[in-house]
Design a protein around this ligand. Sequence first.
Ligand code: TYM
Length: 331
Amino acid sequence: MEIVVSGIRPTGNLHLGNYFGAMQNFVKMQDTSNCYFFIADYHSLTTHPTPADLHGNVKQVLVEYLACGLDPEKSTLYLQSDLPETAELYLFLNMNAYTGELERCTSFKDKIRSQPDNVNAGLLTYPTLMAADIIIHKAHKVPVGKDQEQHLEMTRTFANRFNRMYKVDYFPEPVAYNFGEQLVKIPGLDGSTKMGKSEGEGNAIFLFDAPEVIRKKVMKAVTDSGPTEPNQPKAQAIENLFGLMKALSTPDTLQFFENQYQACSIRYGDMKKQLAEDVIKFTTPFRERILDLLQNEAYLSKVVNMGKEKAHASASKTVQEVREIIGFKAF
Ligand code: TYM
């Protein structure tokens, strides 16, 4: 059976980008594949969270995984830090990852710009840790958003390099995957092309946002003064609003505002009101389940322990075999 692996960093609540780029696929894939979904808490250490924040964020994302419909009976749901085998495979992969290729990675270059005071080695080797996460279960498919495409390319490079170096056909070549379509990139509300947790205030809508928060954020979304002639290309911020509407509203609603845009009669206030209500309709059931699950510590602990055991069975086998391939032998 096809093996699927993916994870999300616990650095805040899940936003609509995480949902449409990743989570939606996780939920669909668990019925047909052997899925491993984890919370990438090792990766989140690059931003130096406090111990209390780290734990709180891990709990929140775990609850959100479950609220979105991940089923611990169907998939293996686990914490990355419950699988120290990952750290060992990461060490092995780092020996064959070159600083030049790591420095050229777009996400690393972005971090140098966005956090010049904290360019740590964990950021540089972020792609090798991610590769270890994926190949430790010998994955074939990795459901992710468009922003992770390059990381998947690097994962294939590291997996192939290992196979070549040791003249084995051990690791499969994993591919970035979106259910039946191209990889997704959900835009932000602030006119930037990506919704993200580390973007500024007002960029992201979280599944856990209360209705009044969603209304406020959407009504504040960046727009322009409107088109003045038919077929005028849309500014990025307007493209973004339409992009969000495409993900969340009905095709009829989208078409209605598209026609108004083309006729130069669009009122962005009306469009945003409609979008806000469509977002609220979409997020409310998630929010209710999240609030419920947050109270259920005993269930969360059961889920985590079950996932840890299942993930360990798969990972320890891989690491044992990798050790033998590399040449570590018992005396
Ligand atoms: P992270 O935590 O930044 O994002 C989690 C997932 O959400 C997707 N995503 C988006 N998709 C569409 N539009 C957006 N605006 C948007 N924002 C985020 C991301 O593409 C991702 O799929 N490095 C990963 C976590 C990770 C991982 C892995 C993923 C660690 N190891 C192994 C897959 C396999 C990350 O930081 O994702």
